[in-house]
Design a protein around this ligand. Structure first.
Ligand SMILES: [Zn+2]
Length: 302
């Protein structure tokens, strides 16, 4: 299994709760833990304007490219603008498209990045410039590689941009399990939303997944899934109040990826958020997601 990654994701955004360093640290951890070696990583190219425009408005793309986003847009995005940020956003979309394509052959593919689910067609929001999962689904559909896509989003925050983009689209199922009383407020309507109370623990959380994912697979029958494996439902995350442990998050990933794998549904993993007090916890959570993917792939080879 190759892993999609670009050093360009480590954008300097100053003192910020979003640790862009995490991507490189995860890569280093996978190598030091002997889960992967340097040659296992593939660097994506920038997504084309044409592909990004399958989801985003030309006006927004143009403003991002020319550094002319309005002050209101930048306030919503909550990131300082730079050319490097814009470039990273294009590369990240390219990365999720590549991950999605590879998953169609390999069953599971992992992007050390992406999952920017708060981005809307005409603006970025909540640290998310482009909605890479949405663009990847639109690209696979446009090329006739899939008909029906699923976004299975377990980030702490609701995937409001994704829900908005695919609202009233019967070819894409959007699932979001998140903390209810938290940004974004108000929320959009996904195909299925599970809004959790503060303090939700491992067992309650995983029970929700066990009750919903097999049902979605059985009833919607996606040709392809994106697993948006946010690290921020963690109990020591700075942005939320869910109570998941490191081992609970690992169980979550093993369950979700196992369901897709055993149902023969290609799955592309993207990371989403992670704002643990100690960035190394975020690195461990995301690394465990990659490990869960490796375990399934290796099991399949035996
Ligand atoms: Zn989040």
């Amino acid at each position: 299994m190759k892993i999609i990654y670009s050093p360009k994701y480590e954008v300097d955004i100053g003192a910020h709760v979003f640790p862009t360093v995490k991507y490189r640290l995860i890569k280093e951890r996978l190598i030091s833990g002997e889960l992967a070696c340097e040659s296992d990583f593939i660097q994506p190219e920038k997504a084309s304007l044409e592909n990004v425009a399958l989801v985003h408005t030309k006006d927004y793309i143009n403003k991002l490219n020319t550094g002319t986003l309005s002050y209101a847009n930048l306030l919503k995005l909550e990131l300082p603008y730079s050319k490097e940020l814009a470039e990273a956003a294009f590369v990240c979309v390219g990365g999720t498209i590549l991950t999605a394509r590879r998953s169609l052959n390999d069953k599971i593919s992992v992007h050390l990045g992406g999952g920017f689910h708060h981005a809307y067609p005409d603006h970025g929001e909540g640290f998310c410039v482009f909605n890479d999962p949405a663009v990847a689904i639109r690209v696979l559909q446009k090329e006739g590689l899939i008909k029906k896509g699923l976004v299975f989003d377990v980030d702490l925050h609701q995937g409001n941009g994704t829900a908005n983009i695919f609202d009233n689209d019967s070819t894409v199922f959007t699932f979001s399990i998140h903390q209810e009383q938290l940004y974004p407020l108000p929320k959009e309507r996904s195909s299925l939303d599970i809004g959790l109370d503060a303090g939700t623990n491992d067992d309650v959380y995983i029970k929700h997944l066990e009750e919903s994912l097999p049902k979605i697979i059985k009833e919607f029958r996606p040709d392809f899934a994106i697993y948006l494996s946010g690290a921020d439902p963690y109990k020591f995350d700075q942005l939320g109040n869910l109570e998941l442990s490191l081992s609970g998050l690992k169980r979550r990933d093993e369950f979700v990826l196992g369901e897709f794998y055993n149902s023969d549904i290609p799955v592309a993993v993207v990371f989403g958020g992670g704002y643990a007090l100690n960035v190394l916890d975020t690195v461990e959570i995301h690394s465990n997601t990659v490990k869960a993917a490796y375990e399934l792939v290796n099991r399949g080879k035996r």
